[in-house]
Design a protein around this ligand. Sequence first.
Ligand code: NDP
Length: 400
Amino acid sequence: MGKLLIIGCGGVASVAIHKCCQNSEVFEEICIASRTKSKCDALQEKLQGTTSTRITTAQIDADNVPALIALIEEVKPDAVLNLALPYQDLHIMDACLATKVHYIDTANYEPEDTAKFEYKWQWAYRKQYEEAGITALLGSGFDPGVTSVFSAYALKHYFDEINYIDILDCNGGDHGYPFATNFNPEINIREVSAKGSYWEDGHWVETEPMDIKRVYNFPQVGEKDMYLLHHEEIESLALNIPGIKRIRFFMTFGQSYLTHLKCLENVGMTSIEPILYEGKEIVPLQFLKAVLPDPASLGPRTKGKTNIGCIFTGKKDGKEKTIYIYNVCDHEACYKEVGSQAVAYTTGVPAMIGAMMVLQGIWQKPGVYNMEEFDPDPFMDALNKWGLPWVVEEHPELVD
Ligand code: NDP
């Protein structure tokens, strides 16, 4: 069917690439291009011979737009799947625009020098993408991504109006390290050390980091502490779900993680302000990333399950109702299948599905779109087929 250029070859990309190779009918050819080409070559070597997808590799610095344009012109993909870091989003969008190729990513743009992510920079490309006749699909991971599709699905099939959404992201896995992050440490720590916020009655309510704590009994995982965070899908869902009154996002953290994080913060290790060290400028958080375990190395050690989903409360035929849509994913099963833990798996699978939706023309519309703006049904079917089956539970436990 088509050819995909994948940029980045880290934890999430590795899963997405395994999944593309399981889906050769759609992904006849993929090119894996990243900063460190040896990682792309290693994956190519591992997968070649197990798939009929043709795999090529390339070296690219995705911050170099002319080089990106040259690569896209050489590879001639039908779409580009951006699985590098949020800092690269705009550069890759620029290159896609110049070459008129569809664009898909999993995380919204964040300037490297301010730990603040917002859609405004990417939404600013709407008109140009419309005029170029190409689609940009933003946030095709799990959260954002699947949580956004769950919201569109709930609205389409279960409600006349959704008033409250609580997005719950639970990682009940244990990797045995006192402190490690499940995806890129720099991005992860920037996210969790930022102020929290939620959407209520048409505006943002800001909280101190980790200020709001709840305990929730997650199906198949058990009782966990969870904390309110700012999260990117809240911004687009607030615009795209009519009648919405409140959206909150909670993520679970264990006590050991929080104690280590507090300590690292207190000594200045999570700062993104450059400092001079032996005559060289370094960013403390980037140095911390270098000494922490590589998330990709957690795969063989992690046991337990993730449970990520959304609790929706709204009205149907004049009556109030609540449903909970979630997916449970087992770390060890993911490792057995693709050699990665469940956090990378739950992001990499929807990244492949988003690319498939665009490549097949099922989700194609010139412009820049968030996931909940397309028909959720084909994506929901694909989740069941490609390893992330979901459950709809009526009358779930609520979060107060
Ligand atoms: P990793 O750090 O494991 O991988 C990032 C990859 O991007 C690496 O291969 C890295 O290359 C490459 N890269 C970084 N900068 C450049 C550049 N300038 N040019 C080319 N390649 C570059 O990150 P993850 O796989 O954990 O995360 C990938 C993305 O997924 C992130 O944007 C993250 O925010 C997002 N994500 C989204 C989630 C969701 O649910 N929506 C959940 C989890 C993550 P090198 O090997 O040289 O370092």
